[in-house]
Design a protein around this ligand. Structure first.
Ligand code: SAM
Length: 311
């Protein structure tokens, strides 16, 4: 699905009918990166897509970036974005083509490299189709994350989706910008934790695609089992309340928050998402030592053949 969506240039993105919503989502990610990814960090971006967050990491002056995605064409777009901005980006990038819910990415990661931060933006809902896939994702997150390092996440908000579904007639939630059709029975109950599918569509962003509820409590419990302890989790509306008028965020986060043109329907679509932050706990003894890591620093031009394939 993601392989088939073309890479939009900045001009096309600027004309998007959901530009305010896109800007809002980018602002949320910008706040998370500003707050939880220290400068000079090593970053693992799981489900990095076309590299939509590369500039946010550039502004954070990171030391090293590794991106992983299941969609090869998105990784190629990510390389193009990286190479087109060669004069600005100062960090080396490596890319891995893999399904993070189905296999370990350990063998593809630069040897000895530990991460200060792991990010998974707008993708955990694809891995909650089965417990094994959610666990594999979390193992991939936790394995190389330094103690004290943060795991930052945005994903759909099952609390809100289920609340809205129960208040609606039928099994479809819909407005001018999104549509979500659930595969549950008319009782609208969800006795299982995993595999609760809904087909989701977002105008100009997500073509009809199978997603799965991510029940916050179960996600938090499962993360804990992987030594990832909850720092905070907030629905995007509450995230706005907390950080929207925060002076420090206003001055430092790029992109800035711009609400002009935000429609009620876009604001409702924003309500469907939740941000999570976890911290790696435990002792470092199981981790490969960082000092072995000795990769060239700075920008290095990439080509498609540099993508490490685990497919
Ligand atoms: C909505 S996009 C988000 C991309 C990027 N994180 C961002 O915020 O711009 C979701 C991404 O998750 C990737 N994805 C979905 N399932 C995956 C899996 N099992 N393993 C790795 N990547 C996956 C898709 O290919 C897509 O690039």
């Amino acid at each position: 699905m993601y392989n088939s969506r073309t890479n939009q240039d900045r001009d096309t993105r600027n004309k998007s009918p959901i530009k305010p919503l896109r800007n809002f989502n980018n602002w949320v990610k910008g706040v998370l990166i500003h707050k939880y990814v220290p400068t000079q960090s090593t970053v693992l971006d799981i489900s990095c897509g076309k590299g939509g967050d590369l500039f946010k990491y550039h502004f954070r002056n990171i030391k090293n970036y590794v991106g992983v995605d299941i969609a090869l064409s998105s990784l190629v777009d990510c390389i193009n974005r990286y190479n087109e901005n060669s004069t600005q980006f100062k960090f080396p990038m490596s890319l891995v083509h893999a399904d993070v819910g189905r296999r370990s990415i350990e063998s593809a990661l630069p040897r000895g490299l530990l991460f200060d931060a792991v990010s998974c933006q707008f993708a955990v809902h694809y891995m909650f189709d089965a417990e094994e896939h959610a666990r594999t994702l979390l193992r991939n997150v936790s394995e190389r994350l330094k103690i004290g390092g943060k795991f930052i996440v945005t994903t759909s908000d099952a609390y809100v989706l289920v609340k809205m579904l129960r208040a609606a007639q039928g099994l479809t939630l819909k407005n001018e910008v999104f549509e979500a059709t659930f595969h549950c029975t008319s009782e609208k109950s969800f006795p299982q934790t995993f595999g609760n599918r809904y087909d989701f569509q977002l105008v100009d962003a997500v073509d009809r695609c199978a997603e799965y509820l991510v029940p916050p409590k179960h996600f938090i419990d499962l993360a804990k089992e992987h030594n990832l302890s909850l720092v905070e989790h907030l629905n995007f509306h509450d995230f706005y309340q907390k950080y929207g008028s925060n002076q420090e965020t206003k001055v430092n986060v790029k992109p800035e928050l711009k609400l002009e043109g935000m429609t009620e329907d876009q604001w409702t679509a924003i309500y469907l998402y939740r941000a999570f932050v976890f911290e790696k706990i435990g002792d470092d003894t199981s981790l490969v030592q960082d000092y072995q890591f000795n990769q060239p620093s700075g920008y290095r031009k990439l080509s498609e053949s540099d993508i490490i394939s685990l497919k």
